[in-house]
Design a protein around this ligand. Structure first.
Ligand code: GLV
Ligand code: MN
Ligand code: MN
Length: 433
């Protein structure tokens, strides 16, 4: 162990090649028998657990205390013992950093992983240099962040923030009808015990998540570090349209009740409403649509589709969802079809504390790094953690703004730049009273 006293630029130890190796190791953990390229490592699957094991083994190898909780979140702690004895105290509130290890189907190598790898890199520097810190530093890999499997996003972080219950886990289902509770049990987790693993706010001082931007702002401005000031909310609906299935040749056009024609008009209504200037900033997407019976020669009798409404303004987000349901009903009526819906997930936008945005900005400036303050269009675990304690986010650029696709890319140098800012921010926060 080397001492770092007097070493001001500890951030220069952030190692680009080590970061690349971690990214590659996680990317290798992907389903091989699914359609499409990229990484598929869905929430609460054995592969997601293998990614957590990789994180756990790395952190345990560095001598950190590691634990996986009932919700499947894995947390490693550097207790700051040397610092505690130096400062004569052992019970100060902790600092945290981390992100998630699951992916969407055919996703990229960086969404979530970037922040976990940054935390592994910082843990390695802390451990190998004996970097003094006054507060415990906790490195977290959250479980089941992506809503792609169960509709609701940020499940592991919701559980530690006390924003969801064991009962909710039994009421969320994936496309095969498996409940989140059953999925958790099948990989050795314990939905019934999540209440006991809630984080106590008084135990925490602040949390900072590093994540890829998943947009084009940083790339356009040629800035390597983003500081997030607000995170969009999302309302997700499962829509069902019922019409009447019948013969495509024998049924004249005026007698049809085609569920797909209704669904198509609903999809266009989503696009139109979100493009209306009154909804500036709202994003609406139909990302999944299933046609029944799915035969060339049968008029579609039923269509199921999802709607994802995202906004930084919570009132506009909910009003948009309500307006869309009203439009769908009127479209369905005109075509003598029926529409029904279920709420799959609903998350409010959050504004992150201004002082922490400023603190991260100063950390970047300390290192001579340009930064840009910006909102996040995507959801993040930080959104849930922000309900409990002061939470901030650092963004690194995404090539062409692409994410949730195999082409998602951030260079190891860009990840290292964000990691240096994160480390500096943690050091600054560690010194705050
Ligand atoms: C998480 O990636 C989200 O869907 O925003
Ligand atoms: Mn993510
Ligand atoms: Mn994602």
């Amino acid at each position: 162990m080397t001492t770092t006293e007097g070493l001001d630029e500890i951030e220069s130890l952030v190692d680009v090649e080590r970061i690349q190796r971690h990214i590659d190791a996680f990317a290798a953990l992907t389903e091989t028998d699914v359609e499409g390229d990229g990484v598929t490592r869905l929430a609460y699957t054995p592969l997601e657990r293998r990614a957590h094991a990789l994180f756990r083994d790395h952190m345990a190898g560095l001598g950190l205390q590691v634990r996986t909780d009932a919700a499947g979140n894995t947390m490693a702690e550097s207790d700051g013992t040397s610092a505690a004895s130096a400062h004569g105290t052992t019970s100060v509130a902790a600092l945290g950093t981390g992100s998630h290890l699951d992916s969407v189907p055919s996703g990229g190598r960086f969404d979530g992983i970037a922040g976990v790898v940054a935390s592994m890199e910082i843990a390695e520097i802390v451990s190998t240099t004996g970097l003094r810190h006054r507060r415990p530093w906790r490195f977290v890999a959250f479980a089941a962040e992506e809503g792609a499997r169960f509709g609701q996003a940020c499940n592991g972080s919701r559980m530690v923030a006390g924003l969801t219950s064991a009962i909710d886990a039994e009421q969320l289902f994936d496309a095969s009808g498996i409940s989140m509770g059953d999925a958790m049990r099948s990989v050795g987790l314990h939905p019934e015990r999540i209440g006991a693993d809630r984080w106590a706010p008084e135990d925490w001082s602040a949390f900072i998540e590093l994540h890829i931007e998943q947009g084009v702002v940083l790339e356009d401005r040629q800035v390597n570090v983003g500081v997030v000031d607000a995170i969009s909310g999302s309302t997700r609906l499962a829509i069902r349209v019922d019409g009447r299935a019948s013969h495509t040749g024998g049924t004249p056009m005026h007698l049809r009740r085609d569920a797909l024609v209704t669904a198509s008009r609903c999809v266009l209504a989503c696009d139109e409403l979100a493009r209306d200037p009154a909804h500036h900033g709202t994003r609406v997407t139909v990302g999944r649509l299933t046609v029944h019976p799915g035969s060339i020669t049968t008029i579609p009798g039923r269509v199921d589709f999802t709607v994802d409404v995202r906004d930084i303004d919570s009132d506009r987000q909910r009003r948009t969802a309500e307006a869309l349901i009203a439009r769908f009903r009127s479209i369905a009526d005109t075509a003598r079809t029926e529409v029904s819906f279920e709420l799959m997930g609903d998350t409010s936008p959050v504004v992150l504390p201004h002082w922490l945005v400023a603190e991260i900005g100063v950390a970047a400036a300390d290192l001579g790094e340009m930064h840009q303050v910006l909102p996040s269009g995507a959801s993040h675990d930080s959104q849930q953690i922000a309900h409990l304690l002061a939470t901030g986010m650092i963004f690194v650029p995404s090539r062409d703004g692409l994410s949730h696709v195999p082409e998602e890319h951030t260079t190891a140098e860009q990840l290292a730049g964000g990691t240096r800012t994160l480390l500096r921010a943690l050091r600054r926060l560690d010194g705050r009273p």
